[in-house]
Design a protein around this ligand. Structure first.
Ligand SMILES: Cc1ncc(COP(=O)(O)O)c(C=O)c1O
Length: 381
């Protein structure tokens, strides 16, 4: 019975795609400079966030006891949704247990061909996160991928199908988790408006980093004239976990009735919601730290280019050094580890074959010296 799984695993081994969990013993032995965490504002161990989690547990209990539609709803969830909606300039918000769950169930619900009475067309950035891909596969909508962050290509494709009467959706991240580049949001909004497409924005890596007081790229412009939702996570810059969909009241009502990952899952623990509420509120106090983080990121990008490394199109705090082969990416990550530096080694299928890389994420704890150490170590590889 286990044979097919074993065979699959040995195929992964032989093609160099097998993954395993990090060695915790190794991590305990030394102190490292860590460029692999998504805890961009270092809030996961912030004492105020921890205290908020403790107070929420005392007031509401550890578990939420049921789905939001049954026994799991509480004032904490509703206050968090009101707060997120306000800071995102949206009518309302709905929270999910993870960003993955939010994307999978919300996008699939929006693309449901039975509700729309036809299969919609989904114009989709090639570098989008797996959760967005899985949602489109689940919905069986027509997937039309455009070149990464290429608005000219997207425009051509939208134009090609302009007389096709099927409903159109555009799905994209706003800061790309692997490429580290920023969406030209004004251009994509004009395209969505011109071709009457629904815009789905994933702000997982933008939340806490860019936009008005750090509340995401969507806060830099008015989206009210186009149908849209903005999704984000509490798992990266907020140092917690969970996801949100900021949207219109009509869509919230629809999702409460249609998004399976919302309806059939126990609501998030009050401990988590208490922590997220505090962390979300704190984002706005990090303007100085954000400025410094983006300055350090720009310094690192310049230094990496100076030593001849390929950093692709990165223009944010996420910087990938594109190395090509899986072997080379693995060797770079291993050698950096020997220099007490942790980076993420990213290989297919997370990225396209031939574009394996090490992914470096700058966070607010990094100092100029850390950047210098990283550049010096990379310079000697
Ligand atoms: C762009 C993007 N969207 C969604 C997710 C899923 O979020 P979560 O880790 O909170 O489930 C991720 C996680 O890596 C991501 O990078």
């Amino acid at each position: 019975m286990y044979e097919p799984y074993k065979q699959h695993l040995s195929k992964m081994h032989s093609t160099g795609k097998h993954r395993k969990l990090p060695d915790l013993e190794q991590a305990k032995k030394k102190s490292y400079i860590n460029f692999s965490t998504n805890d961009y504002l270092m809030l996961s161990r912030n004492h105020e966030v921890i205290e908020a989690a403790q107070s929420a547990a005392k007031a509401y209990g550890v578990g939420s006891t049921g789905s939001r539609l049954l026994s799991g709803n509480n004032n904490l969830c509703e206050s968090l949704e009101a707060k997120v909606a306000q800071d995102k300039n949206e009518e309302t918000c709905l929270i999910f247990n993870s960003g993955f769950q939010a994307n999978l169930s919300v996008l699939a619900a929006l693309l449901d061909s039975k509700v729309l009475a036809e299969k919609p067309m989904v114009f989709f950035d090639k570098s989008n996160h797996s959760s967005l891909y899985q949602a489109v596969f689940l919905s069986k909508a027509e997937l039309i991928r455009y070149k990464h962050n290429d608005m000219e290509h997207l425009g051509c494709l939208l134009d090609k199908y302009k007389n096709d009467r099927r409903l159109k959706f555009i799905v994209t991240e706003t800061i790309f988790g692997m490429e580290g580049d920023i969406l030209p949001i004004h251009e994509i909004v004009s395209l969505a408006s011109k071709y009457q497409a629904f815009l789905y924005l994933d702000e997982a890596h933008a939340t806490g980093i860019v936009g008005c007081h750090g509340y995401g790229l969507s806060t830099t412009l008015d989206l009210k004239h186009i149908p849209h939702v903005t999704m984000g996570t509490f798992s990266k810059a907020l140092g917690c976990s969970g996801g949100y969909i900021a949207c219109s009241t009509i869509l919230k009502d629809y999702l409460i009735n249609k998004a399976a990952g919302f309806i059939y899952s126990t609501a998030a623990s009050p401990i988590l919601i208490g922590a997220v509420y505090k962390a979300w509120d704190m984002i706005k106090d990090f303007d100085e730290e954000r400025k410094n983080l983006l300055f350090l990121s720009a310094t690192l990008r310049k230094n990496l280019l100076d030593i001849g490394l390929n950093i692709g199109t990165s223009n944010s705090h996420i910087i990938s050094v594109i190395l090509g082969s899986q072997d080379l990416a693995t060797k770079f990550a291993e050698k950096l580890l020997k220099n007490n530096i942790i980076v993420s080694c990213i290989r297919p299928p997370t990225v396209q074959p031939g574009s394996s890389r090490i992914r470096i994420a700058i966070n607010v704890s990094h100092k100029v010296q850390d950047i210098e150490d990283l550049v010096n170590a990379l310079g000697t590889l």
